[in-house]
Design a protein around this ligand. Structure first.
Ligand code: ZN
Length: 80
């Protein structure tokens, strides 16, 4: 799994909608990729903050922002 692959599955991951096989690939990637691990931790904290205020919603804006920041950190260019 690459960072781009992870990004594609990240919303499902946070929604708890990934199957067991994919989940183990994601976990393996997170173990080996500092960038994505940081991203996950940051996103999880953000979600927690939203939940605490009961306005949690993984909006397009949040998703766009998160994806942009990881792409930037990994030195990847956004193709989509
Ligand atoms: Zn990564």
């Amino acid at each position: 799994m690459t960072c781009t692959d992870f990004l594609a599955t990240m919303t499902d991951y946070f929604d708890g909608e990934t199957d067991a096989e994919l989940l183990s690939e994601i976990r393996a990637h997170l173990d080996s990729c500092e960038h994505c691990e940081i991203l996950v931790n940051t996103t999880r904290q953000t979600i927690q903050i939203y939940r605490d205020h009961q306005v949690y919603e993984f909006t397009a804006e949040v998703r766009e922002h998160t994806i942009s920041s990881i792409m930037h950190r990994c030195g990847l260019r956004k193709t989509a």
